[in-house]
Design a protein around this ligand. Structure first.
Ligand SMILES: NC(=O)c1ccc[n+]([C@@H]2O[C@H](COP(=O)([O-])OP(=O)(O)OC[C@H]3O[C@@H](n4cnc5c(N)ncnc54)[C@H](OP(=O)(O)O)[C@@H]3O)[C@@H](O)[C@H]2O)c1
Length: 287
């Protein structure tokens, strides 16, 4: 089996890294295409040993499973370009947010009967094999096609089939989720958190819209302010303790303190009593 990626951006890069780390496919059986050759993700793919080309047709010819990893609005143009080159063996897997299976099938039916199409939504933690992927099966794809896709995607995390109308909800939750925080990726990637967040924000895409919402509501300031407030209060508490400005009433009394405050009880008698009790307990004497 060979795998192709139309689009060599953040998602393609993350998936290739995950697949090769999982050992489910070797880099020399993967071809990626993109118009630009000087993208950091393209050099990353090349370094991994992936075949890179600026021709989408070449990527199509060289693959059996073909991931569409371009921005959603590019999909129709790509389908017109590669449509005549699709053959029986091809399994087309669209990763594009919001693009329906029926719209892809409609385009490809202009070029051939019964194109095998799947739609999946995944996320960049696939890079550390902790992704979350859901997929839906097109009308001409077979059970084996679903199994093949599941084998690939399960190698880089959780994967399950769902009804297509659930995919948009998954996009908002786990597809965009890494932008809200992904501790494992942070630890493993050695990238700045801001960089990880940018990696999952395709310009004009679903995730950047979610982040815009968080930013408008002051989410980042809220978190910074909360941590800062806690830090300041900690210092204040320390300062108050140093100045002995905490009211005695606010200090929780230990049992010993309470006993000492009772009329007629001296600290010496309590100490002796406690020692006797302690001695009796140590020697197993029940009072
Ligand atoms: N990133 C994620 O976390 C994530 C998660 C789930 C789903 N997705 C989906 O995956 C798709 C790709 O997202 P991404 O974040 O990887 O975007 P990206 O980093 O912008 O990558 C898109 C790639 O497609 C290339 N491209 C543009 N026009 C092309 C064409 N005509 N033919 C072939 N390649 C072309 C781009 O090249 P240029 O940069 O030169 O334009 C870039 O290499 C989107 O549809 C998104 O909804 C992304």
């Amino acid at each position: 089996m060979s795998v192709g990626f139309i689009g060599a951006g953040q998602l393609a890069h993350a998936l290739v890294k995950g697949f090769t780390a999982a050992g489910v496919i070797t880099a020399n059986r993967i071809t990626a295409s993109s118009p630009d050759t000087d993208l950091p993700t393209v050099s990353g793919l090349r370094k991994m040993g992936v075949n890179f080309t600026t021709s989408n047709k070449e990527a199509t010819h060289k693959s059996d499973v073909l991931f569409l990893a371009v921005k959603p609005h590019i999909i129709p143009f790509v389908l017109d370009e590669i449509g005549p080159d699709i053959e029986d063996r091809h399994l087309i897997v669209s990763c594009a947010a919001g693009v329906t299976i029926s719209s892809i099938e409609k385009k490809l039916l202009q070029y051939r009967a019964a194109p095998k199409v799947m739609r999946c939504m995944t996320n960049t933690p696939v890079v550390v094999r902790k992704g979350a992927t859901v997929y839906a099966t097109g009308s001409h794809a077979e059970v084996e096609d679903g199994k093949l896709l599941e084998q690939l995607m399960a190698s880089v995390g959780f994967c399950t089939e769902v009804e297509e109308d659930l995919i948009d909800a998954v996009t908002g939750l786990s597809g965009s989720g890494p932008a809200y925080g992904a501790a494992k990726m942070l630890l493993d990637s050695e990238q700045h958190p801001g960089q990880l967040k940018d990696n999952v924000c395709s310009p004009g895409g679903a995730t950047i819209h979610a982040l815009h919402f968080l930013e408008s509501g002051g989410f980042r300031s809220l978190l910074i302010n909360a941590v800062e407030a806690s830090c300041i209060r900690t210092r204040e508490l320390q300062f108050l303790a140093d100045q002995e400005k905490i009211s005695p009433a606010a200090i929780k009394k230990t049992t010993l303190d309470k006993v000492l405050q009772q009329p007629g009880v001296s600290s010496t008698s309590v100490t002796i009593k406690s020692r006797v009790n302690l001695f009796n307990h140590r020697n197993g004497v029940k009072k």
